[in-house]
Design a protein around this ligand. Structure first.
Ligand SMILES: C[S@@+](CC[C@H](N)C(=O)[O-])C[C@H]1O[C@@H](n2cnc3c(N)ncnc32)[C@H](O)[C@@H]1O
Length: 262
């Protein structure tokens, strides 16, 4: 199966509009309210990392007009979608691969870095540590990192009970369907890495049908593993998350870290 499928990176690069339409399945305002409640004060500088359409960055800008929000993602097409559909300013959206140790185009110390919807798994072990180091350095003392991970019990059930496993949306008369996963998860034998097959289908107004099959290869990080690495390597502290904040992210597990006050 692995060889007949395109990398999911191609979906993010070539079909960002489909991603945008399919992944608006959350209450972004509630998710931002939860993140801000963990922060405990009004956000001034936030980075939406692995931003995709920058739903969260855009929700932050709507709620906190004075907040300097940057978005970063590897896909230039996502920047265009963020501007077109979310009104997120292209000049605040940086196209750059994260985890590669490149210069971080952040303008002021961050009070919060958001890494939402399972994106951290696109970094391998080395990239993850490089990334955490970059995030740590970008945070102001007291600043937070909020990461949304896959739920490990759901993964062990093959994601069959994932709330967003099957999604269908309609835009401009086209029907787009996504099955994620569309078959068994394939675990690698030498690391906590999983290959997830998925299909996106388009039914055009004309009746024409198109299917694309992709593979999302993700390193699965546990909450505990992130907390230990972040604390041992960079002195970040775990922040307790209440049920109300967790409830805003029904399909994932949240982990929150704080850079200690100086
Ligand atoms: C699952 S989407 C998440 C998007 C958004 N955060 C959300 O909540 O819907 C993952 C995003 O990460 C981006 N991405 C994957 N690997 C990346 C990397 N190494 N550096 C930067 N962006 C990356 C993809 O282009 C895609 O937009």
């Amino acid at each position: 199966m692995a060889y007949s499928r395109l990398s999911v990176a191609r979906f993010y690069e070539k079909e960002p509009e489909a991603y945008w339409a399919l992944s608006r399945d959350r209450d972004f305002d509630a998710q931002i309210a939860a993140a801000v409640s963990l922060l405990g004060n009004e956000p001034r500088a936030v980075a939406d990392l692995f931003a995709g359409p920058a739903y969260h960055g855009a929700a932050l800008r709507r709620r906190f007009a004075a907040c300097d929000v940057v978005a970063i993602d590897a896909s230039p097409a996502m920047r265009d979608v963020a501007a077109r559909f979310e009104g997120f300013p292209a000049e605040n959206y940086f196209v750059s691969p994260l985890g590669e140790g490149r210069t971080w185009p952040v303008r002021s110390p961050l009070c919060m870095a958001l890494i939402l919807r399972y994106s951290i798994g696109y970094l391998d072990d080395d990239q993850f540590i490089t990334f955490l180091s970059t995030v740590h350095d970008a945070l102001r003392p007291g600043g937070l990192v909020l990461i949304e991970l896959h739920s490990i019990p759901l993964l062990f059930g093959g994601l069959q009970d994932l709330g967003i496993k099957s999604r269908t949306v309609e835009i401009d008369g086209r029907r787009i369907t996504c099955e994620w996963p569309d078959g068994p998860l394939m675990w690698r034998s030498d690391s906590w890495t999983v290959e997830m097959p998925l299909t996106v289908s388009w039914a055009e107004k004309t009746g024409a049908l198109r299917d694309e099959k992709y593979l999302s290869i993700e390193r699965i990080y546990s909450e505990r593993e992130i907390v230990v690495a972040a604390s041992r390597c960079f002195g970040l502290e775990q922040v307790e998350i209440g049920e109300t904040e967790r409830a805003a992210f029904p399909d994932g597990e949240l982990v929150c870290l704080r850079r200690p006050d100086a």
